[in-house]
Design a binder for this molecule. Sequence first.
Ligand SMILES: CC(C)(COP(=O)(O)OP(=O)(O)OC[C@H]1O[C@@H](n2cnc3c(N)ncnc32)[C@H](O)[C@@H]1OP(=O)(O)O)[C@@H](O)C(=O)NCCC(=O)NCCS
Length: 437
Amino acid sequence: MPENTLTITDNRTGKTYTVPIEDGTIRAMTLRQIKTGPEDFGLMTFDPAFMNTASCRSSITFIDGDLGILRYRGYPIEVLAERCTYLEVAYLLFFGELPTAAELKNWVHDITHHTMLHETTKKYMEGFRYDSHPMVMFVSTIAALSSVYPDARQVHDAENRLLQIKRLLGKAPSIAAMSYRHNVGFPYVYPDNDLSYTENFMNMLWRMVEPKYVANPVLSKALDILFILHADHEQNCGTNAMRVIGSSQADPYSALAGAAAALYGPLHGAANEAVLRMLEQIGSPANVPGFLRRVKAGEERLMGFGHRVYKNYDPRCRIIKRTADEVFQVTPRNPLLDVALELERIALQDEYFISRKLYPNVDFYSGLIYRAMNLPASMFTVMFAVPRTCGWVAQWMELVADQEQKISRPRQIYIGSPTRDYLPMAAREAAPAAVGA
Ligand SMILES: CC(C)(COP(=O)(O)OP(=O)(O)OC[C@H]1O[C@@H](n2cnc3c(N)ncnc32)[C@H](O)[C@@H]1OP(=O)(O)O)[C@@H](O)C(=O)NCCC(=O)NCCS
């Protein structure tokens, strides 16, 4: 019997099957041969929420959730956050290697020269209500870009794909900044090509009447680090949405809008917003024990804690905590930081959190940094979506080039009614669900 195989005995029939084990997995399709008879469809796997299913091969991001390790293309996140800029990391994610000086210069030039938005984009933005959630404006405006660039549908043309990627990377901060300015009622600011990626983003967020925006270097560096930490995170909910939509060969703007919509949920990217609201609700370190009692009783959820993959301290959280210290040197110290530190201190000693391996995740401190930068909580998920744009498109590029991929289409276990006769209207009774029972 070959070593890398799995032998399965079907006790319904007594038959034995041998299936290959490859990269620690068995192919779900090999189970289809396991049948009770010719009429049987064959065995499937049932895996709600993809708890134990690999959906692709990827060489972009590696996570070891038990050890708290995150690497992009083999480089530890800690090294990249300390030594690189965000655009350098974006290049690494796309092309697999860190750029040479000449490659980086061209790359930065190309992205910088795609930051400008078509004027019609401004008009879509103007159509939103003044108090629309900025993430809703971001999602919708990214989707609308596919009307500006219909050539993006040529997803099999490698040169065209690269052009769309540069556009997306260049324009994501411009759209994000517009959605913020729309909320606060300030005129939109055009990009400034003299500035770095994060400085230019700050310029578009905050410039008022000064002739030239000068970013605080501590804040622009902090933003660059946060962008690196958020750039990719393998097959999370938003990235999976990007791949699922991309698998139908939809253009990357439509796919990215779907990915960003997934990020908008409070269990995903909107957790940083929820953390800040939770800290405000707790109010002071003295109220932390009472709040944690309610969490343990199942009445509350400790936002910014826990992760589907990390069952250890999220390595990004360590870097963010250090970055927060640097930011608070140049901004007023937020008293909610004391609430966060007390929450973390008590939770990490508490049996409930220890036994469930619940540790602070990337969202626990990032919101405090964004608040220190004077951004409203509603902008926090947008601040996540801007850098994640590069992870989404890198994963999309990988998907499009992957010969093993087809249109995404899971199976289901049908639990509804068997076939039944049509009922004329007069013979129907109100269904309990329809009358609120
Ligand atoms: C991220 C998250 C959705 C992962 O969920 P998951 O992998 O499905 O984990 P589960 O919901 O199965 O949690 C396992 C156990 O820990 C508990 N748990 C998980 N996260 C918790 C949290 N933040 N606060 C309190 N309890 C939590 C669950 O209630 C469950 O307890 P039980 O076994 O007694 O039922 C979840 O941890 C969460 O909701 N965290 C808060 C939101 C957040 O910060 N999201 C950002 C992720 S980067």
